[in-house]
Design a binder for this molecule. Structure first.
Ligand code: AGP
Length: 404
């Protein structure tokens, strides 16, 4: 339905009118979801079901887009507009909450591989700050629901200023999907838990595909790296399954920290937004105060919080930030903080240094955010359950924020 329309549904009829009582034109289309998707099945909560669905939803996001031999990548919704995308001098990504965190991951990926300047803004700030925009700018609006008011108004404003607008939405036919010039659907399926999980990993997958496509078309990466990145993406679902298989370790760790008053999450590079997202998940559903920080910023303030009551979750896989993040861990350790590390499988050095470890399989840094977030989603989930919180419908929150 369009804005300002009203539907009247009875057993045998459907009418849609405008608010001033005129008949509205409409088309009926069948949704592709099955009824099973809106049932919990054997899971205690939708959020847990959605966390466990991620191997499938990520596969649904790249299926039909990456060729089986990893030599080509097609983003159908962008084919016609790609010449315009290639002319863009700057990319601005907007969104709210979890979608904003996905945008930050996208910033790292696009700048690293496609070498185009990227800015990320909260849609709620962007819409009011009279940004300088021109037809050389490409604005990407990210939204699971496609109905978030701040994001919708921000994209309308950017359109008026002449920028090209792309959408990354999950809900097919949503307002944001309709109002953008072109876009890529995330295909994560219906997300019911208020705390976004599978929609986030689907958004990051789309942004990774977009960054790889752009890098390839702009000749910024070799054919070998192009194939390698696509292959690495297709290996993510199996790797997430190995993380999910060890969910009981995460549950046991949650038991240890469930009564903490605060938590600090640290990460670097594309894993800094993963730290932000991990902290948001904990806040939203367990009501435990949590802060996400770029690990290098710790000494500029948050280190004052560290004592033997503070759990510090450090996203520390073996990548080119490893040495730096290990020294951050040592700083926390020296102040008796309790460290939970998200570490590469088999990293015994880190295991010796920290209190608890959530292992993730080794992967290319471009796709590690898709793995690193999964144990943090489970950690928040188990803490919230242990604290007796309403996981799927946390207090004061709505699934889709259609008001300012
Ligand atoms: C995510 O866990 C939150 N519930 C919230 O931050 C959400 O991501 C935000 O409101 C944006 O929603 P959207 O993706 O539907 O635009």
């Amino acid at each position: 339905m369009k804005d300002n329309e009203v539907a009247v549904i009875s057993r045998n009829s459907l009418t849609i009118k405008t608010l001033d009582d005129k008949p509205a034109s409409f088309q009926i289309s069948q949704v592709s979801q099955s009824i099973g998707e809106i049932e919990k099945g054997d899971f205690a909560h939708f959020m847990l079901k959605e966390i466990f669905e991620q191997p499938k939803t990520i596969e649904d996001t790249f299926r039909g887009r990456i060729s089986p031999d990893h030599t080509s990548l097609v983003l159908g919704g962008l084919i016609d507009i790609f010449p315009t995308i290639l002319r863009a001098k700057r990319i601005i990504i907007i969104g709210c909450g979890t979608s904003w965190h996905a945008a930050l991951v996208g910033e790292y990926l696009i700048e690293t591989y496609a070498r185009i300047p990227v800015e990320v803004d909260y849609a709620s700030e962007f819409r009011y700050r009279n940004p300088v925009l021109s037809p050389d700018d490409l604005v990407i609006a990210i939204s699971q629901s496609g109905e978030t008011s701040d994001t919708l108004v921000a994209l309308r404003m950017a359109k008026e200023k002449g920028a090209t607008i792309l959408g990354v939405c999950n809900v097919v036919g949503s307002s944001i999907a309709r109002e953008t010039d072109a876009g890529v659907y995330t295909h994560a399926g219906i997300e019911i838990g208020v705390a976004s999980t599978k929609a986030f990993t689907a958004q990051v997958t789309v942004l990774a595909l977009f960054a790889i496509k752009l890098a390839h078309e702009r000749n910024e990466i070799s054919a070998e790296l192009f194939h390698e990145l696509l292959r690495e993406l297709t290996e993510i679902p199996a790797k997430i399954r190995t993380i999910l298989e060890k969910h009981l370790i995460i549950k046991e760790t949650a038991e240890k920290y469930k009564d903490a008053a605060n938590a600090l999450y640290l990460g670097r590079g594309a894993l800094f937004p993963v730290a932000l997202e991990g902290a948001l998940k904990l806040k939203e559903i367990s009501y435990m105060h949590a802060e996400g920080y770029a690990a290098g910023e710790m000494k500029h303030g948050p280190i004052a919080l560290v004592d033997d009551n503070l759990p510090v979750v450090v996203v520390a896989p073996r990548d080119h930030y490893y040495e730096k993040i290990v020294s951050n861990i040592q700083e926390v350790k020296a102040r008796k903080g309790n460290i939970i590390a998200v570490a590469t499988q088999g990293d015994e050095v880190l295991r010796e240094m920290v209190n608890d470890v959530f292992e993730i399989p080794d992967s290319h840094p471009a796709v590690t955010p898709l793995l690193a977030i999964v144990p943090l989603q489970l950690f928040s989930y188990y803490i919230a359950v242990l604290r007796g919180c309403d996981v799927d419908q946390p207090r004061n929150l709505a699934k889709s924020v259609t008001v300012e």
